[in-house]
Design a protein around this ligand. Structure first.
Ligand code: AMP
Ligand code: MN
Ligand code: MN
Ligand code: MN
Length: 302
């Protein structure tokens, strides 16, 4: 892309015309691009405001912020916190967080400790199932401080245990499968405490992806609002078009702001691209409507 595109991105673009992607991953968690490569790709894709939201880690934010300044786009410091709610795992994205907020970092460090223990346990369970070296294989594929099921999936797929990463999840890494370890993540209250304490806004990630009844989903959103949650990821790269519309309705019912994010993990998955998102359905209030960003994408203190 030539230099002509540069004048059309980032803070040179009037707020109404900005393209937002508020959910993405880098090598700091289970993505496959470095934070700088991710930002570069986002700029090329025409994204004006990108949130880096690695799982339980903000280790990529500094590099992404510097890269965004070079590319002239806005980088929103974020994180995707793993939460255990009842017996389920729910992901809560924190946007515009102050990554130096001590309780947030202490909390995320605890989640990473749990991840490490879980990874060892997954390795033991897979070994009992006849698959040796899975823990070591996952560790070798993790480039940051967290070990994800994605790293196990890549090891298992590359070693012929299933045809694709998706198939590995289905056969080995989902509930009731041999490599699955039930989550013991932060509570919803803790996650919202960390995010709100860090001056951020909490958003329930890919809400249509959770296997739960409609009444359960309403209960989750009720508690989320009660605890100070701000938004719902109405538009997600992992939603169908229909999901986006039903989540828009849900956001309206619960008076939640609407967010939009691709959940991009890397170019290997051709179905998801940075910034390639449906516009928010009518009647939603975009979470970014209340934002004031400075030239580097940091929120201006009000
Ligand atoms: P973890 O947080 O370590 O339990 O891993 C969750 C991650 O695994 C998600 O963020 C996705 O990146 C990935 N994942 C979950 N389910 C699937 C699936 N069915 N196919 C591919 N990737 C998946
Ligand atoms: Mn992931
Ligand atoms: Mn997620
Ligand atoms: Mn994600």
């Amino acid at each position: 892309m030539g230099s002509a595109a540069v004048s059309q991105i980032g803070y040179n673009v009037p707020p109404m015309q900005r393209r937002y992607d508020l959910h993405s991953h880098s090598l700091a968690s289970d993505g496959t691009l470095s934070p700088a490569e991710l930002v570069q790709r986002a700029a090329t894709a025409g994204v004006d405001v990108l949130a880096l939201t690695d799982h339980d880690d903000t280790g990529g934010i500094a590099e992404a912020t510097q890269a965004a300044a070079r590319q002239g786009i806005c980088l929103v410091p974020g994180v995707e916190v793993s939460v255990t709610w009842g017996k389920q795992t729910v992901h809560v994205v924190g946007l515009n967080i102050d990554i130096d907020y001590e309780p947030l970092q202490t909390g995320l460090a605890r989640s990473r400790d749990y991840r490490n223990w879980r990874a060892e346990e997954m390795g033991r369970r897979l070994a009992k199932h006849g698959i040796e070296g899975a823990y070591e294989g996952a560790v070798a594929r993790a480039h940051g401080r967290i070990i994800s099921r994605t790293h196990f999936a890549h090891f298992l797929a590359e070693n012929g245990h299933a045809e694709s990463v998706r198939a590995v999840f289905k056969s080995f890494l989902k509930p009731r499968k041999p490599g699955y370890v039930p989550g013991d993540w932060a509570s919803l209250e803790e996650a919202l405490g960390w995010i709100n304490g860090a001056g951020g806004q909490a958003v329930i990630a890919h809400p249509a992806r959770y296997t739960m009844s409609a009444s359960k989903r309403r209960k989750l959103l009720g508690e989320f609002v009660e605890l100070g949650g701000a938004g719902l990821e109405v538009v997600s790269g992992s939603h169908s078009r229909g999901d986006n519309f039903s989540m828009a309705q849900l956001a309206k019912n619960h008076k939640l702001l609407a967010s939009a994010g691709s959940d991009f993990h890397g170019p290997e998955n051709p179905w998801v691209e940075l910034g390639r998102l449906q516009t928010l359905p009518e009647g939603c209030t975009a979470i970014w409507e209340g934002w004031q960003l400075d030239d580097c994408g940091q929120r201006v203190a009000s």
